[in-house]
Every structure is written in C-alpha cells, then in structure tokens.
Design a protein around this ligand. Structure first.
Ligand SMILES: O=P(O)(O)OC[C@H]1O[C@H](OP(=O)(O)OP(=O)(O)O)[C@H](O)[C@@H]1O
Ligand SMILES: O=C(O)c1cc(=O)[nH]c(=O)[nH]1
Length: 212
C-alpha cells in the first residue's frame, strides 16, 4: 500500500462507497456472488471527493499515457469520469456502450473516433475486468489504438490479472483492494468475523461465490 492508494481508498470509505453484506451477498455483473460491493457511482455526488479522484486520474494519465488523444468512458459508471477527465485535459471524449443500440444509428461507440487515434479507457472499477476489456476491444475493432485502461478501484483478482494479460491491455488504478483492506483493519471498520469472510472470499472468489 502506498500513501496514494491509501488516500483514495480512504476517500471511498469516507463517502460510504464500500458495502459489506456477507449474509446476503451481492451479485456482480460477471455473475459472481460477493460479500463486498464498492459503489463508486457515489463519487459524482460528493464534489470534494470527486475533485480529488478526477485530479488523481488526470495525473495518472499524464504519467502513464502522455500521448493520449481520446478519452473513452465505459458505460455507464465510467462515463462521468471520462467526461470530467476529457474536459480537464481538453481532449475529445467517446463512450462505449455495453451493447450496440438497437435503433437509431445502432452505435456501440458514441462520439467521434478517428482511425489510429490513441485512446485511454476509463472505468470506475475492475472486478473481473470483463467490461472494460470488452469496451477496449470495441475501440480497437473500430480502429482506435488502446494505450491502456484506467480505473478508480481494482479488486486485483487473479481472474482479472489473467484477463488483462490475455487481452494485452495495460491497467492502472488509483486504489485497490489491498489498500482498502489495510484501512479496514487499521480502523477496525469490520468485525474480526467479517474480516475473515473477506479473506476467504478474496483467496478464492469463485469458490466462495459457489457456496452462496
Ligand atoms: O470488471 P467487471 O467484472 O466487468 O466488473 C466491473 C464492472 O461492473 C460494474 O458495472 P455494471 O455492469 O454494474 O454497470 P454500470 O456501469 O452500468 O453500473 C462496474 O461499473 C464495472 O463496469
Ligand atoms: O463486479 C461488479 O459488478 C461490481 C463490483 C463492485 O464492487 N462494485 C460495482 O459497482 N460493481
């Protein structure tokens, strides 16, 4: 855990984005069942937290992807962050739908993407990585050059590591599960039993999921 990852994990705790419900697990978009759910959609409702997060994301882009030409939001939760970042960097923005529209222009990508443009994907959170990888694939198929993916929070599951390795996309995040867990322990936010459940879950989320 670094000072930076700790700072952003604390911000998510401060706005109560982190929910723990071991007795009534959450169902994730991947279908996995989980005792934890981090609702980063709340960030947009808290101006001070929002400003710190968007500034952090902009700084990561300047460090890791200085050549970026287009900021791409992943629908839906990545879109507001992509919009703010694109505005702060004075860059074009696009967003990628999880499914192409069934009417109108039937677009999967909204906004203008020119062939060869260098794109950074913005996602609010990485669980399995499936959503942002699928969106990045759509951008690549449309002729964009994906420099990498940027997220606020990453659970750092083996499954997502393997998925990013296989897809060949770079991934950078502001904060992650390790930093969050460290703060939770330090501040005794959850009970020892709850911490144990989290440890079991993170060790093998698929096995944990099958049991519930
Ligand atoms: O890494 P993954 O396994 O793909 O999971 C993470 C994705 O799940 C959530 O989106 P959700 O599907 O709930 O839709 P939303 O963005 O429209 O809220 C989240 O915002 C990420 O996009
Ligand atoms: O995988 C998901 O669907 C997911 C997990 C999580 O913690 N937060 C979220 O918004 N989505």
């Amino acid at each position: 855990m670094t000072k930076e990852t700790e700072k952003y994990a604390q911000l998510l705790l401060d706005i109560q984005a982190v929910n723990l419900r071991p007795d009534q697990p959450f169902t994730w978009t991947s279908g996995l069942r989980s005792p934890i759910y981090c609702d980063n959609r709340l960030v947009i409702s808290h101006p001070q937290c929002r400003e710190e997060i968007e500034t952090g994301l902009v700084n990561l882009i300047k460090t890791h992807y200085p050549d970026v030409e287009v900021i791409a939001g992943t629908a839906t939760a990545g879109i507001p962050h992509a919009a703010i970042i694109a505005h702060l960097l004075d860059l074009p923005m696009i967003y990628v739908r999880s499914q192409a529209k069934g009417h109108g222009k039937q677009n999967a990508i909204e906004g203008q993407l020119l062939a060869g443009q260098k794109v950074v994907m913005i996602e609010d959170l990485i669980s399995t990585g499936g959503s942002v990888i699928e969106a990045a694939d759509k951008v690549a198929q449309a002729g964009g050059q994906v420099l990498g993916c940027l997220a606020i929070f990453n659970y750092c599951l083996d499954k997502s590591r393997q998925a990013f390795d296989q897809a060949g996309y770079d991934l950078v995040s502001l904060t992650n599960y390790e930093a969050l867990l460290q703060l939770v322990k330090q501040n005794q936010i959850f009970s020892p039993d709850q911490e144990k459940i989290l440890a079991q879950w993170h060790h093998d989320p698929e096995l944990w999921s099958q049991k519930y």
